[in-house]
Design a protein around this ligand. Sequence first.
Ligand code: ADP
Ligand code: MG
Length: 618
Amino acid sequence: MAKIGINISTGSLQKEEMIVGIDLGTTNSLVAIIHPESKKPTALKEHDSSSLVPSIVHFGESNQITVGESAKGLLVADPENTIFSVKRLMGKSFNDIKDRGSFFTYKVIDDDTERLVKIQVGDRFYSPVELSSLILKELKSRAEHILKTAVTKAVITVPAYFNDAQRQATRDAGRLAGLDVLRIINEPTAASLAYGIGLKKEEEKTIAVYDLGGGTFDISILKINNGIFEVLSTNGDTYLGGDDFDQVLVKLICKKTAIDENTMRADKSLAQAIRLKAEWVKKQLSSASIVADMVDGEKFEITKQEFEKGIQHLVDKTITCCSQALKDANLGTDQIDEVVMVGGSTRTPLVKETVSKFFNRKVHDDLNPDEVVALGAAIQADILAGNNKEFLLLDITPLSLGIETMGGLMDVLIPRNSKIPTKAARQYTTQKDGQPSMRISVFQGERDLVQHNRKLAEFNLTGIPGMPAGLPKVEVSFLINADGILLVKAKELRSGIEQVIEVKPQYGLTDEEVENMLLASITNASEDMKLRALVEARTEAIQMIETTQKFIEKNKAFLENEEIENTKSALDSLTKVLSSEDKDAIHSHIEALNEISKPYAERLMDIAISKSMKGKKV
Ligand code: ADP
Ligand code: MG
């Protein structure tokens, strides 16, 4: 039964529940939707407050939790209990971040360096996933308050370079916050969507997305083709952003007010107060050419020129990253069709000017750079909700796809998380002489043995002309089109016979099932590896038995009786050990058989070779 909701704030009917777009940032986070009336992407905000929610969590006396602007205020007073930059810790072990230990003013646990980091607040421990979920919970409840309707579905953005573990951690954080995360999309992809780049079918463009946030800089080069966003290269600096501009101003302010830098650093509260002041000055200087203010009872004045001189080397650093990203993508600046500006720090005029100069073109900066990622996420959410049928869905395969090979092993053709559309092909051959058909069984899942994965389809490629085992070349190809439909084709290349079937892999699998399958593949990894080794040993043994039997049958006349007897008994014991679970025993019996057959096999080989050489002129 379809649910029909009424949006109380707008009075409009909503057939489907709204799906929101969320930018879960290192410094700031926010929620955006497609406005039900104007149909425009809109960042959610309460009246005239900002749409940005600082990604900061504060734990109070009796563990009461505050998130956002009020927590940011407590950075000054209560650094140990105020957690910022959680995004940097997502999917990381202590080893990954230990060089940056001094960056974090709160306690990052280092008892077991290989494990994922935990953060200690008072006597409690939190994982980055839990902390991120607190931010997402806050965003969710804000959105519900503004929209006056339940919000349970979301698209969340992550940096293009986030690996699987980091994406999964983000997903988990969403789920912990009570959100059904329909999709994780790349921040640069979202930003280009917000500018309408890549929304048209048949559009082919190469774009650069320059994202300078609070503490991180990312440059991504994307190729857009038929609604598919391909990341050609990424570069950046995970410790370069607006915070560094603030530090330049902190120094300037100290100099102007004659506050000693060392004294300031020793006084945590004063240090934080100046830090916040510096950020305020920086924002003023994005539109003013001089700022006059006071801190700690001391007056100061700073000009835009002084500020720009101080940050020039930082801006230059980002340009070096841009050059490297272009180089990695094998492109020149003249091959970039569009440049998109993202991140609050691109409001600084010097940044905009420098980037524009480097790429030698006008950059996209009409939208609020700190909202643009969330706006794009909202557009993606709207497409997913089915409100925007003319646009393509950008998708990835949730689980690996492959076929069953000898011994029931899974042979993956398309690994999970591949962007679609995609294709892959591999060649197989027959196991028996004159084998007329080949069974192709298609499976989905991460386990080594197909019996643990999910069978999607099975068919026979028939009519393979009689050939010795190993000679036919059967090419199996997988093609997933933009609608997520999988086409499996098997073709015998020597004769040209082929067969095609259509499979719809994503239907019938819920997100939960996908997660369970992934979980099972992790928990069973070592078990699976052992099993795979055993199956491979057995397969090798069976092949060896068959070829040896064939060989003695054919060459009886050239063999000594003793050789035949010894071979037969070695074959017997190999056959016996086949059913055992002991791969090492199987291997040693294969070895034994080899030892016996090697001498006569070589002898006969020599005869065959000398025979074939006879009559040939050398
Ligand atoms: P993130 O993506 O890291 O979460 P944002 O894109 O929200 O961060 O960018 C935050 C940074 O943008 C902060 O350093 C903030 O001071 C800076 N910023 C915000 N507004 C301005 C402005 N008007 N001028 C210069 N910098 C700004
Ligand atoms: Mg950002």
